[in-house]
Structure formats: C-alpha cells, structure tokens
Design a protein around this ligand. Structure first.
Ligand SMILES: [Zn+2]
Length: 289
C-alpha cells in the first residue's frame, strides 16, 4: 500500500481460506473492509488447526490472480474484486465486495500505516512455529556489524536481505527494517518444583520461590535495549493446560481462576539471571557483552 504496488492477501485457518486482491487506489484494502483489528479470541491455526486442502485451495486461487496481474492488459480486467472465502469442509462460500476503496479509509485513504510504523501489534505469535515475531521500526540494522557481534554466540549467516542466527535450540531471523523473530521461554509446573514425580501442591496465601529455567539463549545488549518479561499462569497449547486444581492432567474438568502475585520487594526480589559472556572479537581484543 505504501509503495502503491498491487498485492494479494491469502490466508487459511481451520478448514477455510480467504483471499483478496489489493490494487492501490482502485480496489479496497484490508483496512477498508476491516477498519479495526479483531479483538478478543481470534481463531488461529494453533487453536483450530489447519487443513492442508484449504491452504492448497486458497494458494491456487491467489496464484491465478497473480498471473492475471503479471499478464496485465485485458487479463488484469479479470481480477476478482471481492474478499473471497471458502470453507472446504462445509462447502460454504462467502464474498465481500471490494471493488472500490472506502472513503476515509485509514490506510489507503489517509495513508496512516500503523502496522508498518510498529504501532499496530508489537509482537505476534507465529502459528505452529513456536516462535514470536517482534516488529521494531525505530532502528535499522547493519548486518555486517551484527554478524560480527553475534559470531561468538552461535552460527550467523547473512546476505543483503536477511540475517539468520542459530544457537540451539533457538533460531533468530532479522530483516533490515528491524523485524525480529525470537524466543526464550521456560515453564515450571509448580507441583513438581521439588522434582518430577514428587508432586507437592502450592498452598493459597503462601509465598514460594519458583526457579523457571529459560533453557538458554544469547543476546547482545546495546545501549537502550530493554528486556520485557511476561509471566503467565499457563502456556497452552505449547504445554498441557492447567486448570488450577489438583485434578490429574488431561482429564480435569473443573477449571478455577488462579490469582498470582510476583514479588519484587527487597526481601522477596524476583529476578532474571543474565550471565555475562566474555568473547574474543575479530581483532583479538577481549571485551565483555
Ligand atoms: Zn483502504
């Protein structure tokens, strides 16, 4: 939209796929049709799964539209001007008219690209890939410099478009505009804090020290970097759900709401342990990071 280039949206989840051709200034964009991002629980391929035939269907339809765009001329006149969706399981089809931009559209009308500016959704969990996408537009990245800085922490490769970094079991992908896909997380089933096979349940009102192993990652902290820590009471579907009762896993049926307090006072100071790695840089000078 920003560069006035035609593009094609295609997505699939569960048993349905949806696709939309966007020709800037001629047809509607996604923000014309959906002025606000969906809120609350949204179906994702992690919660609903995905049927590969739905992917194949929507990819075929979108690729055919792309051929029309590339051929141009009379073929481009055949471009579909609707947001089209089809459910391969229910055999249901739906279309929403998209033949002209909506007057006053935030994106294509006022050219206010909140998502490109990194203001829309700060991070996105990537479906089924056990990874998180962080979109950070404020700083650009020098790949050569970044490669040099990361080399002591794992394997790094880059070209002009992308930098890849591997340190088992993690993988990070960086794009020049600052997008990053990264993850470090850990979990502790509190009843097993004294060891696997020795369940001891937490008691309400008591304070416990719960060491959570983040398994291991590596990062170069630059001036101005900040760490965000999210503490959650569960991590479904990556791990088995927890109903906050003493019922066994997998067969519990009576969920309860758990209220948890993370302390950070002087006597009960929760913390993130960050060992400092000393590395040898290319010119042989030792420096700590
Ligand atoms: Zn629009």
């Amino acid at each position: 939209m920003k560069h006035s280039l035609p593009w094609i949206y295609a997505a699939a989840v569960g048993s349905y796929g949806a696709t939309l051709n966007v020709v800037p200034a001629k047809t509607a964009c996604l923000a014309c049709i959906f002025p606000d991002s969906p809120r609350g629980m949204v179906e994702t391929c992690e919660t609903s799964g995905i049927l590969n035939t739905a992917v194949n269907l929507v990819a075929s339809v979108a690729a055919t539209e792309a051929v029309k765009l590339l051929v141009g001329g009379a073929a481009a006149e055949q471009l579909r001007k609707t947001l089209w969706s089809y459910d391969v399981w229910r055999s249901e089809q739906a279309e929403i008219a998209a033949d002209s931009p909506r007057v006053g559209c935030r994106a294509c009308g006022e050219r206010d690209f909140v998502h490109l500016a990194g203001e829309g959704r700060p991070h996105v969990t990537m479906c089924g890939r056990n990874s998180v996408q962080i979109h950070e537009q404020a700083r650009t990245i020098d790949f050569a410099e970044m490669q040099q800085r990361l080399e002591s922490h794992g394997i790094v490769r880059h070209n002009e478009f992308v930098l890849k970094f591997w340190r088992d079991p993690y993988e990070m992908t960086l794009f020049p505009d600052g997008r990053a896909i990264n993850m470090a997380s850990g979990i502790l089933r509190a009843r097993y804090r004294k060891g696997a096979g020795r369940p001891v349940f937490l008691q309400p009102g008591e304070t416990y020290e719960l060491p959570i192993d983040l398994i291991g990652t590596s990062n170069v902290f630059e001036r101005g970097h900040r760490i965000r820590v999210d503490v959650t009471s569960s991590d479904f579907p990556a791990f088995d759900r927890h109903l906050n009762t003493e019922e066994p896993f997998g067969s519990g049926v009576k969920p309860r709401i758990a209220h948890q307090t993370v302390y950070h006072n002087t006597t009960q100071a929760s913390y993130v342990l960050l060992p400092v790695i000393t590395s040898r840089s290319r010119d042989g000078v030792r420096k700590s990071q």
